[in-house]
Design a protein around this ligand. Structure first.
Ligand code: CA
Ligand code: CA
Length: 261
């Protein structure tokens, strides 16, 4: 279906391995870059809903052009990092860099929107390199794991209008390591295989078609081990920790949900 990009900017041995991985999976593009660059390069929200074309302001937290707009707050906790978009507009991102060790924290962002509106979240588990491994060379060298929970409430009425769960659509765009037995290898950048899919253009916009994506996988608190900041939020009873199908191998996960009103 979608066109996928393949680039090999690393050595031939890695390239061959990555190509073999692509042929096996048939779905992915691979590249070797430092953390986050792939997503950032393809991440411009290129389409917006009707009526936005004339909006030339650079405000980042309001959408006052739509009739019936209300004020909402999204509470979110992620292992390790996230950015939140409403109808394609970035309204907030994790205040602690993903490269900060044990960067666990909650965030709360306030925004204005008129239902229906689409929430899009880019979530990243920390990985030191595209190998998917962290603490490389240290005694605790390992595959890190991810996890995220969020809820959206109307700031005036307190009504919770969205919580994370299986009804959110997800696309995993960075998976590593595919061969998890490389976890303790002395050279994980050589030994570990990875898959990096192209981040779809316009994926944060309201009219993006995510019907081919998968429902989020719900995980228990025991699975994720949510920590610093998690207990600072009074989570709605229906809010679930979510991620891809693998807490360790799935490193960058895109999530979408539309609040219908
Ligand atoms: Ca992590
Ligand atoms: Ca990981």
């Amino acid at each position: 279906m979608s066109t996928l990009m393949v680039s090999h900017r690393h050595n031939a041995r890695r390239g061959i391995r990555a190509l073999a991985s692509i042929l096996a999976a048939g779905i992915v593009a691979a590249s070797c870059s430092s953390d986050g660059e792939v997503e950032a390069a393809a991440d411009e929200p290129t389409t917006t809903s009707a009526g936005d074309a004339a909006e030339a302001t650079d405000t980042t937290d309001t959408r006052t052009d739509a009739a019936g707009a209300a004020s909402y707050q999204i509470d979110i906790w992620a292992d390790n990092w996230m950015a939140v978009y409403i109808n394609g507009e970035l309204i907030g991102e994790d205040s602690i860099s993903i490269t900060t060790e044990r960067s666990f924290n909650k965030e709360s962002f306030v925004f204005e929107a008129a239902a229906p509106f689409t929430i899009a979240i880019e979530a990243k588990d920390f990985k030191e390199t595209d190998s998917g491994i962290e603490y490389i060379g240290d005694g605790n060298q390992q595959m890190g794991d991810g996890g995220l929970i969020a809820q959206v409430s109307n700031t005036e009425t307190g009504e919770v209008v969205a919580v994370t769960g299986a009804s959110w659509q997800t696309l995993v765009v960075h998976r590593a390591p595919l061969n998890t037995d490389c976890e303790k290898d002395s050279d994980p950048d050589t030994a570990c295989e990875f898959e990096i899919a192209e981040t779809p253009a316009g994926w944060t916009s309201a009219d993006f078609d995510d019907s081919a994506w998968s429902g989020a996988t719900e995980w228990s608190a025991n699975d994720v081990g949510p920590k610093d900041g998690y207990d600072e939020i009074s989570w709605d009873a229906n809010a679930q920790l979510v991620w891809g199908t693998d807490l360790e191998v799935d490193n960058t996960v895109l999530l979408r949900f539309t609040v219908t009103g």
